[in-house]
Design a protein around this ligand. Sequence first.
Ligand code: NAD
Ligand code: DAU
Length: 357
Amino acid sequence: MTTTYLVTGGAGFIGSNFVLYMLDKHDDIRIVNVDKLTYAGNLENLKAIEDDPRHIFVQADICDKQAMRELFEQYDPDYVVNFAAESHVDRSIETPEIFAQTNVMGTVNLLNVAREAWEQEDGSYPEGKKYLQVSTDEVYGSLPLDDPEAFFREDTPLSPHSPYSSSKAASDMFVQAYGDTYGMPINITRCSNNYGPFQFPEKLIPLMINNALEHKALPVYGDGLNVRDWLYVADHCKAIDMVLSDGVVGEVYNVGGHNERPNIFIVKKIIEECSRAVDDPEVTESLITYVQDRKGHDRRYGIAPDKIKADLGWYPETKFEDGIVLTINWYLDHKDWMDNVTSGEYRDYYEQMYSNR
Ligand code: NAD
Ligand code: DAU
């Protein structure tokens, strides 16, 4: 029997990678991909499957109750995978309201509509239905730099700092509440920083690749020693697939790359690999420019992915040294994609963002 996935935010970075990954890996599935197409959503990301009848794209807002109801009525999904979100920390510092709206109210709306469609008269849910919330390690807050043995675990208390991570933590708590209160079959995944194809260039890795190739300044916030745990996006997609099929209902699974690096290491690695790839003497460390720090900048994120490894057999397959080269080559091969997304609205955002620093 065909399994139907309702994927939200599937024209964004991770969502589009997930849709492509799932259609490649599974034959007998159908994906209803609902995306509002904000500045971060891009149908170009889905070009490879534009003729695949297993993929149905619908432009809609997850906050729109009627539109979500109609999707449940028309397609009767087995799984909901909620990627749709405002995802950039710097934007959340400028405009927190939209983060509360989409990330919190959008999630509550989806939960309500799923409950309405799935809950049976006796309060139980049909076998095989599940709602998966794609969350982030940022909900746990920040780890100290001087204790490398400290990691985020599933029972680490939530302690978000930015408007973005606060909105994600709030939505996680609503998802948990629908599991605890209404018995809704849910899972939450909390992943570390992703990188790979189709990532919008406001985020560290594609921003640095694009700027390095264009000989523009590489803006490093603060002292450049903040640490992030980088995971190649295909490994995240695989983790979500495994949690959907084998994750124990009600559980949270942390997903991470065991690949913690200070930002300045990442930037220098990108310079090294870009200059190797294009053999350009102007791509050098002289492009690095230290700029004003992000407000409330979390110092370190670090995931111990022990539970998903032990219970589901997941592990990060792509080594950073390979993943970063794959990523740089992808951006080199997709210059049109980058030109399209960096023109217009994004150029204005970038100029305003970095002129203030
Ligand atoms: P992204 O910003 O690239 O994509 C978000 C997508 O959601 C876009 O296609 C956008 O159009 C869509 N969207 C936004 N608001 C919407 C709305 N109201 N209704 C419908 N669609 C809407 O984000 P991403 O980096 O791909 O992240 C996807 C999810 O994964 C987010 O929930 C994020 O919190 C989470 N996450 C991201 C990372 C990361 O490193 N990027 C790591 C862990 C978790
Ligand atoms: O940890 C998971 C999270 O990772 C996701 O939940 C978020 O959606 C995603 O955006 C990402 O958040 P970060 O804030 O960690 O990612 P970002 O790429 O914005 O920044 C990574 C680090 O690099 C951070 O310490 C800030 C720094 N930075 C970022 C930019 C854009 C710079 O030094 N210069 C920059 O220009």
